[in-house]
Ligand binder design. Sequence first.
Ligand code: IPE
Ligand code: IPE
Ligand code: MG
Length: 259
Amino acid sequence: MFNTLFKFKTGNTNLNLDLSTIDLEKVPQHIAIIMDGNGRWARAQGKPRTFGHQAGAETLKNIVKTADKIGVKIISAYAFSTENWKRPVTEVNFIMELLSRYLTSEIEEFHKNNVQVRFMGSREGLPEVVRQKMEHAEKVTAENTGIILNLAINYGGQAEILHAVKNIVSDVESGSLKVEDIDAQHFEDYLYTKGLPAPDLLIRPGGDLRISNFMLWQIAYAEIWTTDVYWPAFTPEMFLEAVKAYGGRERRYGGLITK
Ligand code: IPE
Ligand code: IPE
Ligand code: MG
């Protein structure tokens, strides 16, 4: 058990998080988050949707800090999907610019906090400047040993599986891989998450009860936690609530618990 208060400053507010009810033994290693509801959050205040994306980017920083503090090893956060290109070009452009700015302004802070930044998704189709910032962020933080922030940008679960299948076929054709050697473990080496354990907990704010093409392979046995609260309004306290709920779940993986 933690017996401390976790204090940190976010914008103009000082947060005092009570960690005493978090059971260290039951903290998920890997948490996946579908950061949804930015647009509706902004609209509810009579602001443009882009305002919500800006606020959502701030939320992520606080959640990563909190996650790191309680011993979570990996946060996989859905920032932009392969389907989000269907949105109006002005919104897409805003998100790309926001990503580019975020990867510049926040990288020093992440680096200082020993966060390792990784990405998953297709780099093809992304603006050159975003790709460069992604490469830079990865390079600068590659040796960091703290929490891994795995950002999903131009990511789709189906696209990821197709990408893996194509590479597998190509390796079989070139003779470096035998069909009989392809098993689930081997298959995972072809996914963007190679080397990472599967998410234990999937959090979806924003009220929709669906997966929206996120980590289809990897979430096979993830515990799911949802809230109607929109992502920009999602707080570290709510994050701790999800972690606590996870601690009370019984994971069976299709088997039986023998007591
Ligand atoms: C999530 O918020 C961010 C992205 C998908 C880029 P939305 O933009 O989907 O916000 P809502 O769901 O429309 O409120
Ligand atoms: C999922 O949210 C994608 C991200 C959070 C980046 P969407 O808003 O795109 O999902 P749908 O359209 O509601 O399923
Ligand atoms: Mg949405």
